[in-house]
Design a protein around this ligand. Structure first.
Ligand code: FPP
Length: 241
C-alpha cells in the first residue's frame, strides 16, 4: 500500500488507558505492584513500536487524580516506579528520538519525581520521532478547571476579553495545548468507561475497548487494534459525501 494511503488509515495520536495491572498480578497470586512493574515493561514495548506503526503521538494514563484513594503502599510503590522508570529509560528515550511530555497537576507529586520529569522534558524537547505524553496526577475535569482558572486570571488582568473566549482559546490553556486531539483511545482490561481521561480532547475520538489486561497487551495486539481503526468511517458530525 502506498505511504499516503497508509497514513490515512493510521491514527496519528493514540491515547491509552492502561488498565488491568492489579488483576493481572492477582491472577498470579502476587501483590498489585508486581502488575504495575509488568505494565511498565509493556509501556516500553508499545513506545518502541510506534514509529513503525505510523503513530506519531502516544499519550498514556499513568496515574489519575482519583488514584490517590488507593492504599498508601500502592501509591508510594507507583511513585517509586515512575521515578525508577524515568531514571532508567531517560537515555534510551532520548536516543530513540522520543519527545517526552507530562500532563496533569504536578502540585501533589514529590520534588524528586518533578525534577526528573522537568529534566526529561527539557532533554527530549528537540526530538520528533514519537511524542510520548505521560498523564500523571491527571484528571480531565481537573485539567479543564485549571485551564479555566488560568483563563480567568487573563480576563481579570485585562489581557483577554471574555467575548474572545471560544473553544480554541480554552484549548490553548489545557495541559495538552501543543498536542493534536487523539484519534483513537484504547482501554484495556474489558472495562468500557473513560475515567476522566482527555475529556475535552476526545470529543471526536474513536474508542476501542479490549479485554486484554495491560501487562499482556503486546505490540502485535496494538497493531491489530490500529488495523481495526483503519476500517472505521470517521465523519466528525458530518454526513458522508
Ligand atoms: C490501572 O490498572 C493502572 C494504573 C493506575 C497504573 C498504570 C501504571 C503503569 C502501567 C506503570 C507504568 C507506567 C509508566 C509511565 C512507567 P489497575 O491497577 O487499576 O488494574 P485493576 O483494575 O486490575 O486493579
Amino acid at each position: 500500500m502506498p505511504d499516503d494511503a497508509r497514513a490515512n488509515l493510521c491514527p496519528a495520536h493514540v491515547a491509552i488507558i492502561m488498565d488491568g495491572n492489579g488483576r493481572w498480578a492477582q491472577q498470579r497470586g502476587r501483590p498489585r505492584l508486581f502488575g504495575h512493574h509488568a505494565g511498565a515493561r509493556r509501556v516500553r514495548e508499545i513506545v518502541k513500536a510506534c514509529p513503525d506503526m505510523g503513530v506519531k503521538y502516544l499519550t498514556i494514563f499513568a496515574f489519575s487524580t482519583e488514584n490517590w484513594k488507593r492504599t498508601q503502599t500502592e501509591v508510594a510503590g507507583l511513585m517509586a516506579l515512575f521515578r525508577k522508570y524515568l531514571e532508567r529509560e531517560a537515555n534510551d528515550l532520548f536516543e530513540s528520538g522520543v519527545c517526552v511530555r507530562f500532563i496533569g497537576d504536578r502540585i501533589r507529586l514529590d520534588d524528586k519525581l518533578v525534577t526528573l520529569m522537568d529534566e526529561l522534558e527539557l532533554r527530549t524537547a528537540g526530538n520528533d520521532r514519537v511524542h510520548l505524553t505521560v498523564a500523571l496526577n491527571y484528571g480531565g475535569r481537573d485539567e479543564v478547571t485549571r485551564a479555566a482558572q488560568r483563563m480567568a486570571v487573563e480576563v481579570e488582568q485585562g489581557r483577554l476579553h471574555y467575548k474572545d473566549v471560544d473553544a480554541e482559546t480554552l484549548a490553548g490553556f489545557l495541559d495538552t495545548h501543543v498536542l493534536p486531539d487523539p484519534d483513537l483511545v484504547i482501554r484495556t482490561s474489558g472495562e468500557a468507561r473513560i475515567s476522566n481521561f482527555l475529556l475535552w480532547q476526545s470529543a471526536y475520538a474513536e474508542y476501542e475497548f479490549v479485554d486484554t489486561l495491560w501487562p499482556d497487551f503486546t505490540a502485535a495486539e496494538f497493531s491489530r487494534v490500529l488495523a481495526s481503526y483503519g476500517k472505521r468511517d470517521r465523519r466528525f458530525g458530518a454526513v458522508r459525501a
